[in-house]
Structure formats: C-alpha cells, structure tokens
Design a protein around this ligand. Sequence first.
Ligand code: FPP
Length: 256
Amino acid sequence: MSNQKEMAQASNGPAIIPAHIAIIMDGNGRWAKGKGVPLILGHKEGAAALKRVTHHAGILGVKYLTVYAFSSENWRRPQDWIDDLMGLLRFYLKHEVKELLNNNIRLRVIGDKSQFAPDIQNLIEKSENLTENNTGLTLVIALNYGGRKDILQACRNFVNHLTDGYKTFSSLSENMATLNEEEFSSFLYTKDIPDPDLMIRSSGEYRISNFLLWQIAYSELVFSHKLWPDFNEADLDDAIGMYNSRDRRFGAVFAD
Ligand code: FPP
C-alpha cells in the first residue's frame, strides 16, 4: 500500500488519517551494524527518516506525531553512545527549527528535561517558543521519557497541585476518590494532546518498551519489519492503511 487511494480501499471509503501517530523509531543500531559503519551513522540516518516522516505526516493532515528519541532507560547505554546522541540532538534542534517554521510545524518535547545539559535545555525551550504559534502538525519528541515515570510524575503533580489547605489526609483522599481519567491525564507530560490513534514500531520488534503506557490504552498497534533509517513515506502510508483496515471499538460491542 503506498498511496491514499490504496489506503481508502483498505477501509472501503475515504482513508481516515489518524489524528495522532506515535512512533518507536527502532533499529538504528542494527542498520549501522549491518552496513559496518559507526553506530552514530545509524542515528544520523534515523534523524533523516524522522524528517521525511514528519514532512509526510504534515502533508497527510496528521495533527500530532510523537516519537521516542531517548528513553529514561537510555542513560544505561555506553557514555560514547549517549554523547553522540546528545550531539545529534543539539544539531537537530539548531538546524531543524527553520524547517519546522517553514512547514508550520510546532515542536513540543515531553519527558524530564532537567537531566540534559543546560545548552540542550535552552535549545529545547527556544525551539518550543519559536514554533508555538504554528498551526499545522505538532511534532512531539519524547526525550528522557518513560511511560511509568510519566504516570508517577503525574501522581506527584496531582498531589502538589492541591493547595496547602487541602493537604490533610482526609481532603487528599476525598480528591483522590473523585479523580477521574480525564483529570488524571491533564497531569501527564502529554497534557492537551489526544491519545495516539496509531502506534508504529519499526525493526520487527514486538514491544512497547515503556512508551506512552497510559496513553495507548486503545491505540492500534502496527509493527513494521523495516529498520528505522530505511522507513519512508510509503511505510507510513502502509501503516495508515493497516489502521484503516481495523475496527476500533474502544471496548464497546461491534457495530454493523
Ligand atoms: C532505538 O533504536 C532508538 C533510539 C534509542 C533513539 C532514536 C533516535 C533517533 C532516530 C535520532 C533522531 C532524533 C533526534 C531528535 C535527533 P536503537 O538505536 O537502539 O537500534 P537497535 O535496537 O538496532 O540497536
């Protein structure tokens, strides 16, 4: 499947473009190993794939694209690998903003930014501020992000948000008793962003790896065998085609 007509055929009608697509960009290291080149080249090509896919998603009318660029567990990798990825992130943030502005794309970063070097934190803030009025696609980059950590920080946020006067045990438990899913979601990093309709993982692995655990409760999952640096516009179309062939019931009964 490689174009909107085929996507439409998969759904027996006009193709539905998911409002929010999340991607686990896996397979950069294997791509580099397979080619016998340094690991960082796999991630450089991965960044190029991200640019291709972001541009294409914007053209298709996707509203949010959330990508897993650095997990909270990635700090366990060798320091050289971390340094190379930080270098690439600096380069991307410095040079990509112009492209995002030209394409009306807003950038948002989710995750715990406080562990990054101050210059990276500044670059993130600057890029987010410069693009905040863009009205096209919102590109959400998950950096130092973990799904379980997101849920934990939301719990802490919720408790901290209660004013001092509420911090007695009985009023805290009253607030807990009335807390609903919608209110809880507003304390997650993804506040104001709808849940993903579709989550894609490249590289033939079938795991979620601690990405957006709360948010993907009803997302459709598509696993691609392509290594991320090889992922292209047609692969995104294919995934959207598969999404269109699914029946989303959100726990309700099947409607004829
Ligand atoms: C997992 O694949 C991917 C990552 C840990 C990082 C993905 C990052 C990029 C594609 C860089 C582009 C993003 C920005 C914003 C600069 P892996 O590298 O662990 O692959 P492997 O499982 O084959 O080793």
